[in-house]
Design a protein around this ligand. Structure first.
Ligand code: ZN
Ligand code: ZN
Length: 165
């Protein structure tokens, strides 16, 4: 599988392939690395995040949002041109065609697993229904956790700056 993740240390974006031989996940920009569990090297659906070990992952279509918007935009534009030339059947036809194409592409796209905690994307991994689709409740839980951690991380910084003054 392929892992798209943000390095926990330097926050650089990384794309790494994890296969049968991958012992550790490494950042391309800094020294950060994390050993890859044997279970993650096997070609099966991972139970937890390869980057942070979080057990909550959600399934999402690997469909680039920009492509979807671009397609809807193009359909609307072409349709408007037909309206302008007073060809309503063509205008509606074009809209329907683009909506259909959008739907077909969406269905054909494979799923990715996204980590609730670190947002790492696990691509090209076999899926056997281990993980559910996006849950707002779980997302909220992790968002709150992140805010708490950030607040905790900031406090010592404030103390340090005070002592320097
Ligand atoms: Zn890094
Ligand atoms: Zn994670």
């Amino acid at each position: 599988m392929w892992i798209v993740f943000e390095c926990p240390s330097c926050h650089g974006q990384n794309v790494t392939e994890v296969g049968g031989e991958t012992i550790a996940l490494r950042c391309s920009a800094c020294e950060w690395e994390r050993p890859v569990a044997e279970e993650h090297r096997a070609a099966s659906e991972p139970a937890d995040c390869v980057v942070c070990g979080c057990g909550d992952l959600w399934r999402q279509k690997d469909f680039p949002q920009r492509l979807g918007i671009l397609m809807v935009g193009t359909g609307a534009l072409v349709s408007t041109i037909f309206w302008w030339y007073m060809m309503p059947a063509w205008a509606i036809g074009v809209l329907l065609l683009f909506a259909l194409l959008d739907g077909v592409l969406y269905t054909l796209m494979p799923d990715v697993l996204v980590c609730y905690r670190c947002h790492a994307r696990h691509r090209h991994t076999p899926l056997n229904g281990r993980h559910e689709r996006f849950s707002l409740e779980t997302h909220e839980r992790y968002r709150q956790e992140e805010i708490r951690l950030e607040e905790m991380g900031r406090k010592p910084e404030i103390r340090n700056s005070n002592s320097e003054v």
